[in-house]
Design a protein around this ligand. Structure first.
Ligand code: IMP
Ligand code: MG
Length: 429
């Protein structure tokens, strides 16, 4: 039996797409358990960059079965585009892609509410991807969401949609003075989606558990990252689901006793998109330099990512709440040309004359906003790591940097990525 769970251990965009792609070489099943079209998983094959938002990146390996679990919110428009895109690349999804009939749908009114609310919040906005994620999960928990299974019963679907749209229209009109939604168009569009996605829809919990029983090799792929987790992230600057390891069980419908290995993905430095606290964020000029070196622009929205030093305090939180067994370090090569590197080992927090040293990431947002990182400085290696294929191929200073990360996070490093290509990867036994 082998169930491996891959989670982001920072603010997302850790390079999970590439690691999942590499690991799926040896997997029978790859499954996603939360998030939705807000995710953007990038895989580079030769000169081609493939970005997937909803379908697990494991689909790029022809032998895998891919599952979109009940914990994911599915935007049928994006899903169908993605299926067409894969078909245009000669990748067939028929008989290989399965979507939970319990998954909730992202509706056009969710996207409209997401973007309208963000605009209304101005400076205080969260900086969402505008894909309707928050409102879709809000409806799920409000118990007025539309699930894929609901598409089967046209009469009750019409009733539910009419009620929902009436309510959303009132909110849009009275609170935001915004655009109104056309009920009939949505009803017709979603009836049409029903036909188009029908082949892929099934009870994926049964599928996952059957695969576990049959000793299949299974990879569970989280989207976003621990610091964007609705419970443990920098609330309210988070996404509306649980990217952490525990989310996998609820989001796919299997028990925690079945997981064999939890791997955390971390960048060799830190990035985040959107607003919210980021203690180790670089100053403007240096940030621009690293953003260019790492091509740090969002895969879903194209927004420039904020960049900063490696923060071992947030990764420590990730180790704890995910129960990480090992780390995969990505984009080490981006640091190749830097003369000097810093690692944050703790924070200083001042309140009046009072000064505290914090070793754990605090929950109070007013404290999160004023954390001063305590750094140790490491010499850079100023040479290329892109051709390294084993740990011993790496320059001494790169090895020391990684060993220190491993020490501070009390984690074993099992994979190091040194470039965007599939083969630019070091596996450590
Ligand atoms: P939402 O998930 O679109 O509601 O956005 C909430 C926050 O999560 C924003 O800061 C987004 O930038 C961030 N976010 C959502 N999805 C991703 C992702 O896949 N990678 C990185 N950040 C993300
Ligand atoms: Mg991403």
């Amino acid at each position: 039996m082998s169930v491996t769970l891959v989670v982001g251990a920072q603010w997302g965009d850790e390079g999970k797409g590439k690691i999942v792609d590499r690991l799926s070489e040896k997997m029978d099943v790859v499954a996603r358990y939360q998030g939705g079209p807000n995710a953007g998983h990038t895989v580079v094959i030769g000169t081609e960059e493939i970005i997937l938002h909803q379908i697990p990146s494991g689909i790029l390996r022809p032998h895998t079965v891919c599952i979109i679990g009940n914990g994911v919110v599915v935007d049928p428009v994006v899903l169908l585009q993605e299926i067409d895109f894969l078909k245009s690349k000669g990748i067939s999804v028929n008989g290989r892609l399965f979507i939970s009939h319990r998954a909730h749908l992202v509706m056009p009114y969710h996207k409209l509410l997401d973007t309208t609310r963000e605009t209304a919040h101005g400076e205080k906005k969260i900086g969402t991807t505008g894909r309707g994620i928050g409102p879709a999960y809000a409806d799920k928990y409000e118990r007025c969401g539309i699930r894929i299974v609901d598409l089967l019963d046209h009469d009750s679907l019409r009733t539910k949609l009419r009620f929902n749209i009436q309510e959303k229209n009132k909110v849009l009109q009275h609170l935001y003075n915004g655009e109104q939604i056309d009920t009939d168009k949505i009803i017709n569009d979603y009836m049409e989606f029903d036909k188009l996605i029908d082949d892929y829809v099934t009870d994926t919990s049964i599928l996952v558990n059957k695969a576990i029983e049959e000793d299949k090799r299974i990879l569970l792929e989280g989207a976003q990252g621990t610091m964007l987790d609705i419970d443990f992230g920098t609330y309210p600057y988070v996404t509306s689901s649980n990217p952490i390891a525990g989310g996998a069980c609820c989001g796919l419908g299997f028990g925690p006793t079945r997981i064999d290995h939890v791997m955390g993905i971390v960048k060799a430095y830190t990035t985040r998109v959107g607003m919210g606290p980021f203690p180790t964020e670089f100053e403007q000029e240096f940030g621009d330099r690293v953003r260019t070196l790492g091509s740090e622009f969002g895969a879903t929205t194209g927004r420039p990512r904020r960049c900063g030093w490696f923060d071992s305090v947030i990764v420590d939180l990730a180790v704890r709440v995910n129960g990480l067994d090992s780390l995969a370090i990505t984009k080490l090569d981006v640091l190749d040309s830097l003369e000097e590197l810093k690692i944050c080992t703790a924070y200083r927090y001042r309140e009046g004359d009072d000064e505290k040293i914090l070793h754990h990431f605090p929950a109070e947002h007013w404290v999160q906003d004023k954390l001063e990182p305590i750094y140790e400085t490491h010499p850079g290696w100023c040479s290329s790591t892109q051709d390294a294929r084993s740990f011993s191929d790496l320059p001494d200073n790169a090895r020391s940097y990684l060993k220190r990360i491993s020490e501070l996070t009390r984690s074993r490093i099992s994979i190091i990525s040194v470039g965007s290509e599939r083969d630019q990867t070091i596996f450590i036994d």
